[in-house]
Design a protein around this ligand. Structure first.
Ligand code: AMP
Length: 495
């Protein structure tokens, strides 16, 4: 049995393992490709995953699921097959993970049971738990859910053997994040992280698609955005053109319709102009993270397929003042780093020769409570533990009760930065009894967050220091263990 590192990407996924010489290596999929499209299609009730699904998706998009990572952890999201079976995002992700593990097992010549699976750094706990559940549904023993930029930094630190503060810029197919990581003597410490889970290569494709569609219509052609099949074909051609433009100054998109072929030439400057707003959005996040970390990076690490666009390196170098490091392959860094971590955590299989001993993380989301503001009278979010606080952590804030003789307070725990409660998630709540006093009293709300995602809340009367109550919120499990078991069994019946 061997432990693998799995980069479960929005558009593509990759698997790596540490070989007998202690080096992390990428394992090709069954098709021989180094990466596997994260696409699932259903032929009746038979799932098809990977390259064949990607081809099928262009023909019959309704029977296929793409970009499921954007929905992981959303309790109400379902994909329904043509025969009416509904799948959760965890189950769809499990089908992808199972294919990856099976292919990896075939490449290694022994079954794969243990895995480290990576997630974007800014994923909230629900999404992390859902990813781990997907792994369990796929029959894997999930050793850890690791942040993608941390994994990339591990791969870099491992390859270079250097201590460095890195800015990891990760622009994938559907997600974006920036993380500052300090690698010192095998300890990987996250200093700050931020991202946008709805920004990726897909959006760059969209910008090009709109441009090409407009040019085809202007030339008297049909609307290539009219109908799912035409749109899927346009997406495919535009994605190819986008990739070509990373290497060449010009690319041509050719769309055939009704016996006529419409061609649109796109130059790199035109493409860069069309997508300037998207790149600017990533630049703003880079600047925020640099400010939050408060240190300059010694190197910039570009990760994710979309970081191959030349404008990305140019921008990252301009903003940070350091050159982008290309020693680790952008498509492979995350899986290779995850493999290094998997080998370190696994109870079986080869060990990495230079073992990273610890990964120190930060909170990717702010934690707080819902309060009524004394000045405005309206309900708002009050952050107790800010985002980017090193884990484990504990922090408290002081509040006043609203009324005289108040007997109870409702503590609603929030996850998110915004003051407006509509833009944060309530992750749990409890009613806490308080001793009635003739006046309103001050209380301290102390929150803690540990490595396993457990949120602790303690409420203390400030004047006396008396504990009034405490509760815990377990963010580990979205699905209960029985549900995971049931889904794993159901998956076994699908070939
Ligand atoms: P990932 O999720 O990291 O595998 O990234 C996949 C994304 O990278 C997709 O949107 C691809 O279109 C994009 N991509 C891959 N290669 C290139 C390239 N050479 N130039 C621009 N984008 C690319």
């Amino acid at each position: 049995m061997t432990a693998v590192g799995i980069d479960l990407g929005t558009t593509y996924s990759a698997v790596a393992a540490v070989d007998s010489s202690g080096q992390p290596v990428l394992l090709a999929g069954a098709d021989g490709d180094p990466v596997t499209p994260s696409v699932v299609c259903f032929d009746g009730e038979t799932p098809i995953v990977g390259r064949a699904a990607r081809v099928a998706a262009a023909r019959s998009p309704h029977e296929c699921v793409e970009l499921v990572k954007r929905h992981i952890g959303e309790p109400s999201w379902r994909f329904e097959t043509a025969l009416g079976t509904a799948y959760t995002a965890e189950q769809i992700s499990a089908l992808i993970l199972r294919k990856l593990a099976r292919d990896a097992g075939a490449a290694l010549g022994r079954p794969v049971r243990e895995a480290v699976i990576t997630v974007p750094a800014y994923f909230d706990d629900a999404r992390r738990r859902a990813t781990a559940d997907a792994g369990r549904i796929a029959g894997l023993d999930v050793l850890r859910v690791l942040n993608e930029p941390t994994a990339a930094a591990l791969a870099f630190g491992y390859a270079s053997g250097r201590d460095e503060t890195l800015l990891v810029y990760d622009l994938g197919g559907g997600t974006f994040d920036v993380t500052m990581v300090r690698v010192t003597g095998g300890v990987c410490e996250v200093l700050a992280t931020d991202g946008d889970r709805n920004l990726g290569g897909f959006d760059f494709d969209n910008a090009l698609m709109l441009h090409v569609a407009e040019r085809i219509r202007a030339a008297g052609g049909p609307d290539p955005l009219d109908g799912d099949t035409a749109e899927a074909a346009l997406r495919d051609h535009c994605e190819q053109a986008k990739r070509s433009l990373s290497a060449l100054p010009e690319a041509t998109v050719a769309i055939g319709s009704g016996g006529h072929v419409y061609t649109v030439d796109v130059t790199r400057p035109t493409f860069e102009e069309l997508t300037a707003g998207l790149l600017r959005r990533t630049e703003e996040i880079v600047r925020d993270v640099l400010e939050a970390a408060g240190v300059r990076p010694g190197a910039v690490l570009l990760v994710g397929g979309s970081s191959r666009m030349p404008m990305v390196a140019a921008m990252a170098e301009r903003v940070t003042g350091v050159r982008a490091d290309r020693s680790v392959h952008p498509d492979q860094a995350v899986a290779l780093g995850a493999a290094v971590q998997a080998a370190a955590l696994s109870r079986s299989g080869p060990r990495a020769t230079r073992e990273p001993v610890a990964v120190l993380d930060v909170t990717s989301q702010s934690l707080g409570i819902a309060v009524r503001s004394a000045s405005t009278g309206s309900e708002e979010n009050s952050v107790v533990i800010p985002r980017n606080t090193p884990i484990p952590c504990q922090a408290g804030r002081r509040y006043r009760t609203l009324a005289e003789n108040q007997r109870e307070i409702l503590v609603e725990v929030t996850e998110g930065d915004d003051t407006d409660l509509r833009y944060v998630t309530i992750v749990g709540s409890a009613r806490i009894a308080i001793p009635p006093r003739p006046e309103s009293v001050t209380i301290d709300v102390v929150m803690s967050y540990d490595e396993d995602g457990m949120i602790g809340v303690d409420v203390v009367e400030s004047a006396t220091g008396d504990p009034l109550g405490d509760f815990e919120i377990d963010r580990r499990a979205n699905l209960d263990a029985r549900e995971v078991d049931r889904m794993r069994e159901a998956l076994r019946t699908l070939t």
